[in-house]
Design a binder for this molecule. Structure first.
Ligand code: HEC
Ligand code: HEC
Length: 223
């Protein structure tokens, strides 16, 4: 595992250097944006295996799209994983993969740098993956409750600690809501914001309601 990561890191770092040398624009971008982003880009080599070089995620690895998530939220989640507040429940298949990764970011500076880099990435187009998608109109009704924290446009609200939802994958929105519903997420020791979400998903009575609200959230992107 360790060797594999070091190889990934080295390969990516090498590739990055080569890309800069031959002037590939996309990969050289962080060079102009200060030392934190450069460090963040280097650290992000640890993440590409699952979240992709462009942050678009990989459903087969259960890893969501993270490109463009705000730095405050990414940092907060990295700290939750690291402290075992998130991702250690035995029923959390995705979280159990992410938990060990969070241990790689040892200092607050590193967590801030990688969070800044993730936030600087352009959100990717998260295609619909769910076969039976929900009813947008019914979903709008369910979303009324959510908008108080996540915003009318699902763009998030840092004052409430509520992340943007609009760029998340449909499958990840569904799995996260299901995890809150079953207490697999939001119930970790010392979680202050998670329990609020557990209360909120109680307003979604069944699987259809979950699909409806997710269909509505995803429809906001197209507006
Ligand atoms: C081995 C695969 C793997 C690697 C490597 C990995 N992750 Fe993850 N990550 C996941 C999975 C799976 C989840 C989804 C957890 C869940 O379902 O709750 C996740 C979730 C996250 C989340 C939460 C997203 C959200 O919307 O709440 C963040 C932030 C994140 N990862 C950042 C990173 C960063 C930064 C790195 C590199 C330091 C990294 N990950 C490396 C698998 C991985
Ligand atoms: C009282 C404020 C509040 C309300 C209302 C609320 N949420 Fe949340 N939600 C949060 C907070 C805070 C978080 C982040 C929790 C954390 O830091 O672990 C969150 C996280 C989430 C996540 C995980 C996002 C990710 O990137 O992993 C989803 C999905 C979500 N909420 C959906 C909803 C839906 C759907 C509703 C309406 C049924 C809703 N929320 C209502 C505050 C709220």
């Amino acid at each position: 595992m360790l060797a594999r990561f070091i190889t990934t890191l080295t390969t990516t770092a090498l590739f990055s250097c080569m890309a800069t040398a031959i002037g590939l624009p996309g990969l050289a971008v962080a060079e102009d944006s200060g030392p934190e982003l450069v460090r963040g880009e280097q650290l992000y080599a640890l993440c590409t295996q699952c979240h992709g070089a462009d942050g678009s995620g990989n459903q087969a690895a259960l890893a969501p799209a993270i490109a463009g998530l705000p730095a405050w939220y990414v940092k907060a989640q990295l700290e939750k994983f690291r402290a075992g507040i998130r991702g250690l429940h035995q029923g959390d298949r995705g979280g159990l993969r992410m938990y060990p990764m969070s241990q790689w970011l040892r200092t607050e500076e590193d967590r801030e740098a990688v969070a800044a880099y993730v936030a600087s990435m352009k959100p990717t187009d998260t295609a619909e993956t769910v076969a039976h998608s929900g009813d947008v109109a019914r979903g709008q009704g369910y979303y009324a409750v959510c908008s108080a924290c996540h915003g009318m446009d699902a763009g998030g609200n840092p004052q409430m600690g509520a992340p943007p939802l609009v760029d998340l994958n449909d499958w990840y929105l569904i799995s996260s809501i299901e995890k809150y519903k079953s207490g697999i997420r939001g119930n970790g020791p010392g979680d202050t914001l998670g329990p609020a979400m557990i209360g909120m998903v109680a307003t979604l009575p069944d699987d259809d309601a979950i699909r409806d609200v997710v269909a509505y959230i995803k429809s906001l992107k197209k507006k």
